[in-house]
Design a protein around this ligand. Structure first.
Ligand code: PMT
Length: 429
């Protein structure tokens, strides 16, 4: 299979079941069907009763040049769900409504598509599309989480205009994105985890749309810790949690699951178990509680090195005098974690961050050794657009072999992608 920069894919020899469900975006699956056929795939369209309210079976039949499956009973093959489930390389559900996501998560098999899904061991990609309220509904969030945990690929909907003129998250992902995801999933299932990562820097050809981290568990810390001075005041820092959220987002897209130890809100739909913490000591406890269960530790949080020795139980009042706060050192969580991992012979890739204000590379190299991490992401937080509470970041990724990769100013999502590609390289060499 090959792919060019416009996501024109070659899917010769691939057999794909295209499940279409009853959402307004069903008309877009006509185009998906055409693109798959043009790419050389054998496409078997499966239309639910809901889909037939939006699109016609004849359209798919003409495009796919194949029988269109609309129920379990009126096919030449009486066991259509199992024979299809066994013979296809991939099932694409586009659009995937809240209904089919719920059925798949709960194991309900009450029509031809849900029954085929349950009768198949092939990879599945659900291209979610629904109204924002539905996508954010806790039951949908949990169902998406369940599917991701089981290793299915759920492609998030995009923001934009929805049926009825509403605006919000819920539009079916772009067709190029869907085609690329299909291609990458097929590539992965063909040769997993074979990828071309011949270059040591950020130009690796692995992609954040591929489920490279399927089956691997992350622990990502994010946000800034707060150390109480009194019930209303604290020692804190400017971390917004954006860089950590971007890491979680991309890790989820790449098939990762696990834990987010966070001082900020983390969307449940990402599929990570969220452990809310406030202080460094709470973070330490949360991290150590999960160290034996993870494959990758990424400490992106800005952790206070000091806490107030004894915080006041009531609000400090003005007295006309200056006051002194006695600070005691917090544990160095990352250092302790790498020590624990080494002494317990755990197989965990460790990634630290360094927030530097001067000599970033020199200080970063020393910090990599001191903290005992596999990779250190250094940001010069005095650089414009980089570091705390910005939408963008610019970093260097250092490793133990002294290689240095620079990622110039770009979105925190792009930085997260490059970091995770580097993590992937550390795992698979
Ligand atoms: O959240 P954003 O607004 O998006 O900003 C992102 C960020 C600037 C917070 C992030 O990119 C970043 O640099 N995070 C690390 C901040 C930091 O605490 O750096 P440090 O150099 O002080 O610490 C080095 C490493 O040790 C970090 O991985 C830190 O999590 C860890 N640490 C630090 C102190 C401590 N007591 N225990 C620790 O584990």
């Amino acid at each position: 299979m090959t792919v060019d920069s416009n996501f024109e894919v070659d899917l010769q020899g691939k057999k794909i079941a295209l499940g279409v469900t009853g959402g307004i975006a069903a008309y877009k699956s006509v185009e998906i069907c055409r693109r798959l056929v043009d790419a050389g795939a054998t496409v078997i369209p499966i239309l639910t009763a809901g889909a037939l309210n939006f699109v016609g079976a004849q359209t798919f039949k003409a495009l796919a040049k194949n029988e269109v499956i609309t129920d379990l009973w009126s096919n030449s093959d009486p066991m259509i769900h199992t024979s299809l489930g066994r013979s296809v390389d991939l099932i694409v559900v586009a659009p995937a409504t809240a209904n089919i996501i719920g059925k798949a998560a709960c194991g309900i098999a009450d029509d031809v598509l849900s029954t085929t899904l349950i009768a198949s061991r092939s990879a599945v990609v659900f291209c979610a599309a629904m109204h924002t309220e539905m996508w954010e509904n806790p039951s949908v969030v949990e169902n998406v989480e369940t599917l991701r945990r089981r290793g299915h690929f759920v492609l998030d909907p995009e923001s934009g205009e929805l049926a009825g003129g509403d605006i919000g998250v819920g539009r079916l992902a772009g067709i190029d994105v869907i085609m690329r995801t299909i291609w990458e999933l097929l590539e992965q299932t063909q040769d997993s985890p074979k990828v071309d990562i011949s270059q040591q820097n950020t130009q690796v050809s692995i992609s954040s749309h591929n489920q490279h981290f399927r089956g691997l568990r992350f622990l990502v810390t994010l946000g800034g810790t707060r150390e109480a001075i009194d019930p209303v005041r604290y020692i804190g820092n400017r971390s917004s949690g954006r860089q950590g959220l971007a890491l979680l987002n991309i890790a989820a897209r790449m098939g990762g699951t696990g834990f987010a130890v966070s001082t900020v809100d983390v969307p449940k739909s990402l599929g990570f178990e969220v452990i809310h913490v406030e202080t460094a000591l709470e973070m330490q406890e949360a991290v150590f509680g999960k160290l034996n269960e993870i494959d990758i530790l990424i400490m992106c949080a800005a952790v206070s090195d000091y806490r107030v020795a004894s915080s006041a139980s009531t609000k400090l009042k003005r007295s006309g005098e200056s006051i002194q706060l006695q600070l005691v050192e917090n544990p160095d969580i990352l250092f302790e974690a790498t020590q624990y991992i080494a002494s317990h012979d755990l197989s965990v890739i460790t990634v630290g961050f360094a927030a530097e204000t001067d000599n970033p590379l020199e200080n970063g190299k020393a910090k990599l050794i001191k903290k005992g991490v596999d990779l250190l992401v250094v940001n010069n937080v005095c650089e414009d657009g980089a570091g705390f509470d910005t939408e963008t970041n610019a970093v260097w990724i250092l490793d133990r072999e002294n290689t240095i990769s620079r990622i110039d100013l770009s979105s925190k999502e792009s930085v997260a992608e490059e970091i995770l590609k580097r993590v992937f390289k550390s795992i698979y060499g």
